[in-house]
Design a protein around this ligand. Structure first.
Ligand SMILES: *[C@@H]1O[C@H](CO)[C@@H](O)[C@H](O)[C@H]1NC(C)=O
Ligand SMILES: *[C@@H]1O[C@H](CO)[C@@H](O)[C@H](O)[C@H]1NC(C)=O
Ligand SMILES: *[C@@H]1O[C@H](CO)[C@@H](O)[C@H](O)[C@H]1NC(C)=O
Ligand SMILES: *[C@@H]1O[C@H](CO)[C@@H](O)[C@H](O)[C@H]1NC(C)=O
Ligand SMILES: *[C@@H]1O[C@H](CO)[C@@H](O)[C@H](O)[C@H]1NC(C)=O
Ligand SMILES: *[C@@H]1O[C@H](CO)[C@@H](O)[C@H](O)[C@H]1NC(C)=O
Ligand SMILES: *[C@@H]1O[C@H](CO)[C@@H](O)[C@H](O)[C@H]1NC(C)=O
Ligand SMILES: *[C@@H]1O[C@H](CO)[C@@H](O)[C@H](O)[C@H]1NC(C)=O
Ligand SMILES: *[C@@H]1O[C@H](CO)[C@@H](O)[C@H](O)[C@H]1NC(C)=O
Length: 802
């Protein structure tokens, strides 16, 4: 690091001078020379010490045991728990132990979409697919089944759920690892995922805390510091913190701090974020783990609230001996290191991992070629969950001329690099040749995926898509290890057998010959993304040309996109020969099997977009990474100056027409909404929440129900189908978004059937963050309530007053 002293002082975040630091206005012209800390917009005030806890709520018993165990530990043993060690197995990391007193440490393995780098596990639908499902049952069941796999393989922690990034920047390479661009949808899914995973005795690790909204400059390199996400207080609370609060409320045992800086102070040493907000305001009872290599300092990170440094710590020492020395000489308080160890051990007791937990990493040996103990983690009960995920991952956005469902076609033509399974699937071995062949599986930790495709296919360079076969997961540490891959082509071929359909296919050409007798032409393309790099663009010319070429000679062209994030389709969406379009997302190992259920009408599509599809890149609030320019070259700054207004909040505010709005998705049936009822549960609710003793998630008064809304959904169409009904709230005040998602419920409704959906709005759901009061405020006035099938199809609306 060559940061000038002023910036270094920020990083250490300990100097009292910081208390006086004041932020400049975001739009103030920049000075050419950096002379003081206040030069940058974002500043992070010091908050010390780390709140100690004896265990709130259901953590009390775990803390009692943890206090007893930690009181028997030496300083060296406590320090040992705070650092990672090289794993003797395929755990992504292991933490230090204190076997003298019986504490084994932890094995952690990624990621939020299932266990990786091993065998006998399932490749689950990615979080973006779960967001698209809008299905709470499915989300919970997926977590239960995934959690069982983590446990069977001897992983103490699951590397998820992911709620940061939150899709602020559309080109972010990791947006697919989180559920949605909407904080409420992400928060509800995260809470259910924490519950499902932790019910299996596995600790959830909610990540990445916080403001992790681009891959570019995520780490310091080449004398350029990591990017700083500069987020104002209200935006922090209402957007980026929101889903973390939901996960903490659900009891997440650990939270991972991120690579980026927050207000120019590293996220793993930001005392305001960790001590102040996470462990203070949100009452987080668990422990904070650094992302791999995200620790930037020793004393400062310990005092700011970091509890465990991974995968090892040069600042705290290989065995924590430097941290122990800092305690001995008084730089770090004895209370702090005891609190660190206690939080870690409490997580272990809280999840019951002290009783009969499988040996750490037992199912994940380094070598898969040597003789070894086989550990089967796949549970037959996972099958319907995997399949539902692969079905509800699909969002149908166009369907004209009754293109779908297919009706026993005589001839189908199948085109595109994304239709078949990859040529090789051998991830556990991770030998270079397999990694190359599976660029999409493991590729993108800082690598150029296109070069892998070049090696495999000898084709032109095409960053941003995966030519190596159908895309079922993104790349990097969130990539999964599927037990098999059901490809679209294989699933269609199976149905072709049943239907006596003839198939023509060409997965290679960009300009395939079209058999004029085709009943339909199915085109499969993808949009690849993975850890380490941001996406080069939101649409690509190669895939667009393929679609256009097929459509030029096929009047029934049906396009499926396996997209790891937003994918724009304005190059061809209005072409009348493009009769149906599906955003398939990343469906996991049952991809083809799930898609076939939709294509052939065995199940009506019910997925909805968990983000806005714009007509053009330029319509988004902040689609591109901040790279640092001019005087920012060495200190890239990412000012979140759009505040609350990104994704649909931005389109609604600016009156922009999206191509497909947030929450949109077609079905083979139709739904009618009626009978809106809005009932205030509490009369005369005070403006601010009554001060109550803090619990996980913060002031429990925030989670009290204030309003109950019901609406009836009637299936008025020809087939059974599931509908994800959505509730949006317009909070009074011109500074608030037009409307924000604050409820969703999904139900399968038979033909002619009616279902009453119920939505409960809590105080938090209705409040806005008041910066002066530093509290959630129930504003005086008229709250608009909307219910319908998408963020712009809201047939029911009403009002509630406070
Ligand atoms: C970041 O800086 C902004 C602008 O000064 C301020 O509103 C906000 O509270 C700060 N947040 C943190 C976590 O430091
Ligand atoms: C620290 O943890 C490592 C890794 O588990 C272990 O090998 C070592 O014995 C531990 N040290 C102490 C003092 O317990
Ligand atoms: C970083 O800066 C130092 C000091 O100016 C210089 O010696 C070194 O070459 C730089 N490293 C890189 C990778 O630019
Ligand atoms: C205390 O120990 C830490 C860790 O070795 C070191 O960084 C720090 O400079 C020491 N402080 C004093 C006052 O000796
Ligand atoms: C990726 O690899 C291709 C082919 O090897 C090369 O042409 C291209 O420049 C590389 N892109 C980057 C960003 O390195
Ligand atoms: C359409 O088909 C004709 C006849 O085979 C062929 O000449 C033409 O190149 C095709 N167009 C495209 C865009 O593929
Ligand atoms: C649609 O497809 C037919 C061939 O089936 C072709 O003649 C026509 O030009 C196509 N239309 C467009 C707009 O590409
Ligand atoms: C957005 O507009 C630019 C400039 O006109 C154009 O180059 C680009 O292709 C458009 N994007 C899409 C998805 O059509
Ligand atoms: C979710 O589960 C509940 C209880 O089992 C059931 O009533 C409901 O229909 C399910 N919803 C969906 C969308 O599967």
């Amino acid at each position: 690091m060559v940061a000038p002293p002023s910036i270094q002082s920020l990083a250490s975040a300990l100097l009292p001078v910081l208390a006086a630091a004041t932020a400049v206005h975001p739009h103030q012209p920049r000075q050419a020379i950096i002379t003081e800390d206040a030069f940058f917009y974002g500043q992070s005030p010091p908050v010390y010490p780390t709140p100690e806890t004896s265990g709130l709520g259901d953590w009390a018993a775990a803390y009692e045991k943890a206090h007893a165990l930690v009181s028997q530990m030496t300083l060296e043993e406590k320090a040992n728990l705070t650092v990672g060690y090289p794993p003797p197995n395929r755990c992504s990391g292991v933490t230090g132990s204190a076997m003298r007193v019986g504490f084994p440490g932890f094995c952690t393995t990624g990621a939020g979409n299932g266990i990786r780098q091993t065998d006998f596990v399932n490749g689950w639908p990615a979080a973006i697919s779960i967001g698209a499902s809008f299905n709470k049952n499915l989300t919970y069941l997926r977590a239960v089944q995934m959690g069982g796999e983590f446990r069977a393989k001897g992983s103490s922690l699951a590397g998820g759920p992911v709620v940061g990034p939150l899709g602020r920047m559309e080109r972010h390479g990791r947006n697919w690892e989180s559920f949605s661009n909407d904080p409420y949808l992400a928060g509800e899914m995260a809470a259910l995922t924490v519950r499902g995973i932790q019910e299996q005795g596995v600790q959830a690790m909610t990540k990445h805390f916080i403001g992790y909204e681009q891959q570019s400059h995520r780490l310091a390199a080449n004398n350029i510091s990591a990017v700083s996400s500069n987020i104002d207080d209200r935006t922090m609370h209402e957007i980026y913190l929101w889903p973390f609060a939901s996960a903490v409320h659900a009891g997440t045992a650990s939270v991972m701090c991120s690579y980026n800086k927050l207000n120019n102070s590293g996220s793993c040493q930001n005392s305001k974020a960790l001590n102040g907000i996470l462990k203070g305001e949100l009452g987080f009872q668990g422990w904070v783990i650094s992302d791999w290599g995200a620790q930037d300092s020793g004393v400062a990170s310990a005092m700011a609230g970091l509890d465990v440094a991974m995968p090892s710590s040069k600042y705290w020492g290989a065995k924590g001996e430097i941290l122990a020395e800092a305690v001995r000489n008084g730089s770090v308080s004895a209370e702090r290191i005891t609190d660190m160890a206690t939080r870690i051990v409490a997580g272990w007791y809280h999840l019951g991992q002290d009783q009969g937990y499988p040996e750490l990493g037992v199912g994940m040996p380094i070598s898969f070629t040597e003789p070894r103990e086989i550990v089967y983690a796949r549970d037959p009960k996972s099958k319907p969950v995997l399949l539902s995920g692969a079905i509800e991952s699909n969002v149908l956005v166009k369907n004209i001329n009754n293109a779908l469902p297919l009706k026993k076609p005589k001839l189908l033509s199948i085109f595109g690099y994304d239709a078949p399974a990859p040529a090789a699937q051998n991830t556990p071995f991770q030998r270079p040749e397999f990694i190359k062949n599976n660029g999409w599986i493991w590729g993108a930790t800082g690598v150029n995926i296109s070069s892998y495709n070049d090696i495999l296919y000898g084709r032109e360079s095409l960053p941003g898509i995966s030519l190596g076969g159908t895309l079922i997961t993104g790349g990097g540490s969130g990539a999964t290890a599927p037990a098999y891959i059901s490809s679209p082509f294989e699933a269609i071929a199976q149905q072709a057998y049943e239907d006596d359909t003839s198939l023509f296919w060409d997965f290679q050409s960009i300009k395939p010959a079209v058999n004029s007798g085709s009943d339909a032409c199915l085109v499969f393309i993808n949009a690849y993304a993975g850890e380490g790099v941001d996406r080069p663009y939101l649409h690509d010319d190669y895939s667009d040309a393929l679609v256009k070429n097929v459509a030029a000679n096929c009047s029934n062209t049906i396009v499926t996109i396996h997209n790891a994030g937003v994918r724009l389709i304005d190059q061809w969406i209005d072409n009348p020969n493009v009769t149906a379009v599906i955003f398939g997302h990343l469906p996991g190992q049952d991809s083809g099997r799930g898609l076939a259920q939709i294509l052939y009408g065995k199940v009506s599509p019910s997925g909805k977009l968990p983000y806005t599809v714009a007509k053009n890149e330029s319509d988004y609030a902040a689609p591109n990474p901040d790279l640092g320019e001019g005087q920012y070259e060495m200190y890239p700054q990412s000012d979140f100056s759009e505040g609350l207004f990104y994704d649909y909040r931005h389109f609604d505010k600016e009156g922009l027409k999206p191509r497909f709005e947030f929450g949109f998705g077609l079905s083979y049936t139709t739904f009618a909404y009626s009978d809106l009822s809005i009932e205030s549960i509490t009369q005369d609710a005070p403006r601010f929440p009554p001060k109550m003793p803090i619990k996980q998630g913060g002031n429990p008064a925030l989670w009290e129900p204030l309003v109950k809304v019901t609406a009836t959904v009637h299936n008025t169409g020809p087939v059974e189908g599931a509908e994800a009904a959505q509730l949006y709230v317009g909070v009074p005040g011109h500074d608030s978004p037009v409307r924000q998602l604050r409820g969703f419920e999904k139900a399968t409704i038979p033909v002619g059937g009616k279902v009453t959906m119920e939505f409960v709005l809590t105080r938090r759901d209705l409040s806005a963050w008041n910066v002066e009061a530093q509290d959630w405020e129930l504003r005086k006035g008229k709250y608009k309530i909307y219910v319908g099938g998408s963020s712009r199809d809201l047939p029911l609306d009403g009002v509630v007053r406070f």
